[in-house]
Design a protein around this ligand. Structure first.
Ligand SMILES: N[C@@H](CCC(=O)N[C@@H](CS)C(=O)NCC(=O)O)C(=O)O
Length: 210
């Protein structure tokens, strides 16, 4: 069968998640660069989001669905555990990150820095100040969860893959970096997991100069 195609943008956190799954399981794959809402993406994702995936004649969207398909279809370490409690904890942390934490930390906080909307081309200071309490609360939540060494249970799972690309970007911005360094667990957790080859091999390119 044809190789797995991950279609998306290398800088996208969710695209990186799908690639990390391939790397962890040593799945041969190609990254086909395509931006959100481009024809290759909208043909597979109803809302034009990346990543999308093609494997032979099978097309799929949504990073968690892609991860589930890859984990069930290919040999290699199980990233979504089979034990019911461990599987459910993995799902819980993916859901908490994707339905709330991503919105606060990436779409609201980071995007204010990366895609500043102010008329002077600078980040919107008020928007950053407004989101900082929620940012601190949610980073605190991740810090407490990371005390066990992994987000879900006592071993590496897809829940860790799902959060690592977000932590990668947060390190570079002051309020988030400060909140991470205030806790005891999240910074060592990030440093340890950042050493995994799946993380190193999917490093996004640096941002374009402004
Ligand atoms: N729930 C989706 C979210 C994917 C997502 O938001 N991707 C971003 C890039 S990291 C995107 O395509 N944004 C464009 C948009 O929302 O229009 C998933 O898990 O795959």
């Amino acid at each position: 069968m044809a190789n797995v195609e991950i279609i998306g943008v290398p800088r996208s956190t969710y695209t990186r998640v799908a690639r990390m799954v391939c790397e962890e399981k040593a799945i041969p794959y190609e990254l086909n660069p395509a931006t959100p809402h481009s024809p290759d993406v909208t043909a597979i994702h109803p809302f034009g989001k990346v990543p999308v995936m093609r494997h032979g004649d099978f097309e799929l969207c949504e990073s968690k669905a892609i991860a589930t398909y890859l984990d069930l279809s290919f040999p290699g370490p199980k990233l979504i555990p089979t034990d019911p409690r461990h599987a459910a904890l993995t799902e819980q942390w993916v859901s908490l990150v994707n339905t709330r934490i991503d919105g606060t930390l990436v779409r609201t906080y980071l995007f204010n820095y990366i895609f500043p909307k102010g008329s002077d081309g600078k980040p919107d200071r008020k928007a950053i100040d407004d989101v900082t309490p929620a940012l601190k609360e949610e980073i605190g939540l991740l810090d407490r969860a990371a005390k066990g060494g992994y987000l879900a249970g006592d071993s590496f799972t897809f829940a860790d893959i799902n959060v690592m690309p977000i932590l990668f970007y947060l390190q570079n911005f002051p309020e988030a970096a400060g909140a991470i360094s205030e806790g005891k667990a999240l910074s060592p957790y990030y440093q340890r997991l950042a050493g995994r080859p799946s993380f190193q091999k999917t490093m996004p390119p640096p941002p374009p100069p402004r």
